[in-house]
Design a protein around this ligand. Structure first.
Ligand SMILES: NC(=O)c1ccc[n+]([C@@H]2O[C@H](COP(=O)([O-])OP(=O)(O)OC[C@H]3O[C@@H](n4cnc5c(N)ncnc54)[C@H](OP(=O)(O)O)[C@@H]3O)[C@@H](O)[C@H]2O)c1
Length: 370
C-alpha cells in the first residue's frame, strides 16, 4: 500500500435530490475477496441525474458515493488475489451479485436491487461506488484487461474502454436470444446510448442490423458512424412513423427477420416501434426486452409464430468475459470510430450529468475522470 495515499476524494450524494459534494475519506484496506482500485474513468448514465434527483424512483440508500462501471488499476489486493496484482488494468463492473445467493443482484450506486439479499449487500457491504479517486471493489467485479493487446496493439485507452459500459448491456440481451452471425436483428430504438451500442455489438457478432428510430438525422449519423468504423457493416435503417402496420411492412421489405432487441427508455414505452418489430418476426423469432414496454406485444402473431420473449437485466459474468475476448480479438472499430468520450472531473459532476443526458447515441459516452 506504499504509494497509496492515506485519504482520497469521493463524490457523495447525501440524499435523493441533494446536490452532490466532494468528501475527503480515509483509504479503506483491501481484505480477502476485495480489491482497492484507483479509478481512471467512471461512466455516467444518460439518466444518472434522474436517479439521483428522484425522477426515476430507483430504491437507493443514501448517503452514498455515486458511481457506475469504471476502468481502473489495482492499487491493493486482498491476500487471496492471484492475478489481480497492483498495477493491473481492470474493468470494474457495476453488476454486484450475492456470492451465496443467485437471487441477490443490484447495480452498484444505481439501485439496491429488489430483494433482501441485494439490499443487505448494497446497504451494508458494497455500498460506495466509483465516482471517487479510489474504490473498494468485490474481487469478482474486477475483470483483468490485457493492456498490451487492448492498449498497445489495438490502441484503446481508458477513455475508450469505458464504453464497455454501453456495449456490454445489449450484448447481455443479444446473448439471451442467441443472436448468430448471418441473422437479421431489429434494434429498436437505435439512436440511444445503449441501443446505439447495441447496433455496434450486433454487427460485431456478424448479424445484419435494421436500426429503427424516429429521428432520421440521428439514424443517418448512426449508419455513417458504424460504416466508417466497420466498412463491412450490414445495416439498414427504418424510420418509426407511428403507423404500426406500415412500419412492419417497411421492416419486412428487407427480408426475413430473426430477432429483435428493445432498449426503450420509459419515455418510449408507448412508442409503436416494438410492436411493429415483433409483428415482422419470422416463425420462431426471438425478442430481447431490456427496456420499458408499455405496448402489448404478446398477441396473435406472437402465438401463431412461436415467438420467444426474453427479459434481461444487464448481462451474466460469462457474457462479460466473452465480450472482452471479442474486444481483444479486434472485432470492434478503433479510437474515435468506436467512441468519443466526454470527460469531466469529479467537481464538475453537474456538467457531466447534464452532458450525459444530451450527449447520447452511438459512439457517445460521458465519464467522470477523478
Ligand atoms: N435491462 C437493462 O439491464 C438495462 C440496462 C441499461 C439501460 N436500460 C434501459 O435502456 C434505456 C435506454 O437507455 P439509453 O441510455 O440508451 O437512453 P438514451 O441514450 O436517452 O436514448 C433514448 C432512446 O429512446 C428514444 N426515445 C426517447 N423517447 C422516445 C419516444 N417517446 N418515442 C420513441 N423513441 C423515443 C430516443 O430516440 P431519439 O433519438 O429520437 O430521441 C433514443 O433512441 C434506459 O432508459 C434504461 O431503462 C436497461
Amino acid at each position: 500500500m506504499s504509494d497509496i495515499p492515506t485519504h482520497y476524494q469521493a463524490l457523495v450524494l447525501d440524499h435523493i435530490g441533494a446536490e452532490m459534494r466532494i468528501e475527503r475519506r480515509p483509504m479503506p484496506q483491501a481484505g480477502p475477496g476485495s480489491i482497492i482500485v484507483r479509478i481512471l474513468e467512471s461512466s455516467v448514465l444518460s439518466y444518472q441525474n434522474d436517479i439521483y434527483n428522484g425522477k426515476r424512483r430507483y430504491p437507493l440508500t443514501t448517503p452514498i458515493v455515486g458511481g457506475c462501471s469504471a476502468v481502473g488499476r489495482v492499487a491493493a489486493a486482498g491476500h487471496d488475489a492471484t492475478i489481480l496484482l497492483p498495477g493491473q488494468l481492470v474493468w470494474v463492473d457495476c453488476v454486484v451479485r450475492g456470492r451465496d445467493d443467485p437471487e441477490a443482484i443490484y447495480l452498484w450506486s444505481i439501485h439496491d436491487g429488489y430483494g433482501p439479499g441485494s439490499q443487505k449487500l448494497s446497504r451494508e457491504v458494497w455500498h460506495d461506488g466509483t465516482f471517487a479517486e479510489f474504490a473498494k471493489v468485490p474481487m469478482e467485479n474486477c475483470i483483468p484487461l490485457n493492456e498490451v493487446r487492448l492498449c498497445k496493439d489495438l490502441g484503446y485507452s481508458a477513455r475508450e474502454l469505458i464504453y464497455l459500459s454501453h456495449l456490454l448491456v445489449p450484448f447481455g440481451g443479444l446473448r439471451t436470444i442467441d443472436l448468430k452471425a448471418g441473422e437479421t436483428v431489429v434494434v429498436c430504438p437505435s439512436t440511444g446510448g445503449f441501443s446505439g451500442a447495441g447496433v455496434q455489438v450486433a454487427l460485431a457478432i456478424g448479424a445484419r442490423v435494421i436500426a429503427m428510430g424516429r429521428n432520421e438525422t440521428e439514424l443517418a449519423r448512426l449508419k455513417s458512424f458504424v460504416t466508417k468504423g466497420t466498412p463491412w457493416a450490414n445495416i439498414e435503417t427504418v424510420k418509426v412513423t407511428g403507423d404500426q402496420a406500415a412500419d412492419t411492412a417497411s421492416l419486412k421489405s428487407f427480408g426475413v427477420i430473426d430477432a429483435v432487441l428493445d432498449l426503450s427508455p420509459p419515455a418510449a414505452a408507448h412508442s409503436t416501434h416494438l410492436p411493429s418489430a415483433v409483428a415482422a418476426l419470422r416463425r420462431g423469432g426471438r425478442i430481447s426486452v431490456m427496456g420499458s414496454v408499455g405496448q402489448p406485444i404478446v398477441g396473435w402473431h406472437f402465438l401463431s409464430h412461436d415467438l420467444q420473449l426474453k427479459g434481461k437485466l444487464m448481462y451474466e459474468r460469462e457474457d462479460l468475459m466473452l465480450f472482452i475476448k471479442m474486444l481483444e480479438a479486434g472485432l470492434f472499430a478503433k479510437g474515435k470510430d468506436l467512441v468519443e468520450t466526454k470527460c469531466f472531473v469529479l467537481g464538475d459532476w453537474k456538467e457531466a450529468f447534464n452532458a450525459a443526458a444530451e450527449y447520447t447515441g452511438v459512439g457517445r459516452i460521458v465519464s467522470l475522470t477523478p
